[in-house]
Design a binder for this molecule. Structure first.
Ligand code: SAM
Length: 267
C-alpha cells in the first residue's frame, strides 16, 4: 500500500515540529516543499527509515543527534554526541554580546562546543575577531567543521579554559560553561549529551568561579564578561563577579523570565 507524505505529516505519535524535521531529513525536501508536495509517495526504504527514527525519538534520543544538526540563530550547526545541542536561551547570550561589541572587537568564546556562539557572532558581525576554545579535541573538530561549512573565520584553540592563551587579552569574554550540579536530577534526562559539557561534577559553579577568577588577566580595560548560567544561580554568580572586582554587574532574564546571563565589566 502506498504511503503519502500527508499521511505521515498527520501522525500524532511524536511532536509535530519534530515530525517535520524527521520528514525533511528523510526526503531531503525543504520545509516549503514538504508541505507543498504532500501527495509525494514515500519509497519503501523511506517508510522503514521513518519508523526506525520515530522509535529512536520515542526512546528519548535527541532529534538533533538523529538528524545530525540543530538550528541556531536560523543557521544549521552540525552536532554529534561530542557536542552539546545548542539551546534557544544561548541566542540571547549572542544578542548581548552583539549589543556590547565595539567595531573590530576581540572576542573570546570559552567552551565553544559546536561553536554556535563564536560562528554566529562572526557571521552577524564580520568585523569582530573571534577566538574560541574547548578542552576536548573531538568537540573542536566539530566546531571547525561548522566554521568551514558556514564560512566563518574563527581561531580555534585547544585549551583548559585560559591555560593555552598565554597573555592574550580580549574586549569581550563570553561563555556558556557546564553549570549543572553533579547530583541534579535533570542530568539523567540529558544522558545522550556529553556530561562534561553539562556538569562541572561539583556544585555547578566551579567552572564559573574559574572563568571569572582569571578573567582580569584576559580582559582589556572596560572589557565585558558575559556568562550563561542556571535559572537559580543568578545571585551566586553576581556575587562571584563582584568579589572578583567586576563592575556594573547585572543579570539578564531569558524569554521565560528566568535569570540566565550575568554580565560585568573589567576595570
Ligand atoms: C554548556 S557547553 C556549551 C557549548 C556551546 N558554547 C553552546 O553554547 O552550545 C560547555 C562547553 O565547555 C566545554 N568545556 C568543559 N570544560 C572545559 C574546560 N575546562 N576548558 C574548556 N572548555 C571546557 C565543553 O566541552 C562544552 O563544549
Amino acid at each position: 500500500m502506498s504511503l503519502f507524505l500527508r499521511d505521515l505529516l498527520r501522525q500524532n505519535i511524536i511532536d509535530r515540529t519534530d515530525n517535520r524535521v524527521l520528514l525533511i531529513h528523510i526526503t531531503g525536501f525543504s520545509h516549503a516543499r514538504l508541505l507543498a508536495y504532500d501527495d509525494y509517495v514515500l519509497t519503501q526504504l523511506q517508510v522503514e527509515t521513518y519508523h526506525q527514527l520515530v522509535q529512536r525519538v520515542q526512546n528519548g534520543e535527541p532529534l538533533a543527534y538523529i538528524v545530525g544538526y540543530k538550528e541556531f540563530y536560523s543557521r544549521q550547526f552540525k552536532v554529534t554526541p561530542d557536542t552539546l545541542i545548542p539551546r534557544p536561551e544561548t541566542e540571547l547570550l549572542v544578542e548581548q554580546v552583539l549589543a556590547k561589541a565595539q567595531h573590530a572587537a576581540k572576542v573570546l568564546d570559552l567552551g565553544t562546543g559546536s561553536a554556535c556562539i563564536a560562528i554566529t557572532l562572526k557571521l552577524e558581525r564580520p568585523d569582530l575577531f573571534i577566538t574560541a576554545v574547548d578542552k576536548f579535541a573531538d568537540t573542536l573538530q566539530i566546531a571547525q567543521q561548522n566554521a568551514d561549512n558556514l564560512h566563518a573565520e574563527i581561531e580555534f584553540i585547544s585549551s583548559d579554559w585560559y591555560s593555552s592563551l598565554g597573555k592574550q587579552q580580549f574586549d569581550i569574554i563570553v561563555s556558556n560553561p557546564p553549570y549543572i550540579e553533579a547530583n541534579d536530577e535533570h542530568l539523567t534526562a540529558l544522558s545522550y549529551e556529553p556530561q562534561s559539557a553539562l556538569t562541572d561534577f561539583s556544585d555547578g559553579l566551579s567552572c564559573i568561579r574559574e572563568i571569572v577568577r582569571l578573567s582580569h588577566e584576559h580582559l582589556l580595560p572596560n572589557g565585558w564578561l558575559l556568562i550563561e548560567h542556571g535559572y537559580d544561580q543568578g545571585e551566586s554568580v553576581r556575587e562571584i563577579f563582584t568579589k572578583n572586582g567586576l563592575n556594573n554587574v547585572v543579570t539578564i532574564r531569558d524569554y521565560a523570565d528566568l535569570e540566565r546571563i550575568t554580565i560585568g565589566m573589567s576595570n
